[in-house]
Ligand binder design. Structure first.
Ligand SMILES: *Cc1c(COP(=O)(O)O)cnc(C)c1O
Length: 384
């Protein structure tokens, strides 16, 4: 019994779940491949200088993505804080130590108002203040340019997944405007990693910094990286925990600490992501989805459709990675909400999305083989 995942969680009094939701931090992210996991185990078994390891890993990432430089961070959220802090302090050791006190620094982060989103929080934890330009309907390029005072603005921050939403200035144009004023542009592209060759499109468009999360490419839940202009990545190195440990200043970034196996896992999972036959990956999802569909198709009041659950949490047609199960509560004599509850309370617990009469079961972060358990439990909950 010892050594199985279930038992380690249960022994500690935690509850393992079958993840039918997708890539979520609160569910521990993705499942790391056996190859990457073996490399992480090997990394655990010897000591290493963390500074040079992170630098070497960053060079490999930069080579894969096609950026000047890169650096592993403990997730994309940490990358946002470190990157903004680097733009604010520009290598001034005393300033790196003083954060979040920004006295005398360029400390504004400019954002288009319609780009407000969850992880903006990480920009202002550095002491920066967010300046919003425009309104919910969009932003005028002239207003944006007017806000870019190089004396007071540290960076323009840009959530990559919101590029092009109604009335906003698109990334390439923002980069042109920011270059006129010599202000760096920082893109959060956390999940914009597919196809892998497209991960360079943000820096190609003129962004100075971009960050990604390893949780979205089968890397460690606690991994991610920042990439872009070498001069800025070098500043991140001064500001992060390696700078604190090796340099003269008690810099801001010390709490964003990494394990050697997280660094290795973040880099090797990205290598695997680039080398992977993605057609095979999608075919595997489609098979798992079909197993679940076959288990409930034909039951009264139940209709299924293989669909794509996007990283933006919408359900669309396209490459299949989820099953939508529509439950007619009258004919099925059971509502989708009841099925959702039954699966969530049973043993093992199964977590999935509930949207009105629809259950959405994503398989991309589900352990291999668990689709059979989900199929049985769906059938038991919906059958009579
Ligand atoms: C998950 C996510 C992050 C944070 O990434 P971590 O690696 O978990 O820190 C940032 N931005 C977006 C858009 C995300 O989805």
């Amino acid at each position: 019994m010892e050594g199985t995942n279930e038992n380690v969680f249960e022994r500690l009094g935690a509850v393992p779940v079958i993840n039918g939701m997708g890539f979520y931090t609160k569910l521990g992210g993705a499942i790391i491949s056996p190859t990457v996991w073996r490399a992480m185990t090997a990394a655990n078994e010897q000591a290493v200088e963390m500074g040079p390891l992170i630098a070497a890993g960053g060079r490999r990432i930069a080579e894969l993505i096609g950026t000047e430089a890169a650096r592993v961070t403990p997730g994309a959220a940490a990358a946002i804080a470190l990157g903004v802090a680097a733009c604010m302090t520009g290598g001034d050791g005393a300033a790196m130590e003083r954060l979040p006190d920004t006295t005398g620094l360029r400390s504004k982060v400019v954002l288009q108002r319609a780009h407000r989103y969850r992880y903006l929080r990480m920009t202002w934890m550095t002491g920066a203040s967010v300046v919003e330009v425009g309104d919910e309907e969009g932003t005028n390029p002239e207003d944006l340019l007017a806000a870019l005072d190089p004396e007071s603005v540290a960076a323009v921050f840009f959530p990559g997944h919101l590029d092009g939403i109604g009335g906003t200035v698109p990334l390439a144009r923002v980069c042109d405007l920011a270059r006129e004023r010599d202000v760096p542009v920082f893109v959060d592209a956390a999940f914009l990693n597919y196809p892998p060759e497209s991960m360079r499109r943000f820096t190609d468009a003129g962004a100075d910094l971009v960050c990604f999360s390893a949780k979205y490419y089968y890397g460690p839940n606690g991994g991610g990286f920042i990439a872009g202009r070498k001069s800025l990545i070098d500043l991140v190195a001064q500001l992060d925990f390696t700078g604190f440990e090796s340099g003269p200043w008690r810099v801001f970034g010390r709490p964003f600490k990494l394990d050697k196996y997280t660094v290795v896992g973040t880099v090797l999972a990205l290598e695997e992501w680039f080398a992977m036959d993605h057609a095979v990956r999608w075919a595997g999802y489609a098979r798992a989805v079909q197993v679940m569909a076959d288990a409930v198709n034909g039951l009264p009041g139940v209709a299924t459709e293989p669909m794509c659950f996007t990283m933006g949490e919408t359900v669309e047609r396209g490459s299949v990675n989820c099953l939508v199960v529509r439950v007619d509560p009258v004919r099925a004599k059971r509502s989708a909400a009841e099925v959702h509850r039954l699966l969530g309370e049973g043993n093992p617990r199964i977590v999935l999305h509930l949207e009105g009469d629809d259950l959405i079961i994503a398989v991309d972060a589900m352990a291999a083989g668990s689709e059979k358990v989900v199929a049985e439990r769906l059938r038991a909950a919906l059958g009579r």
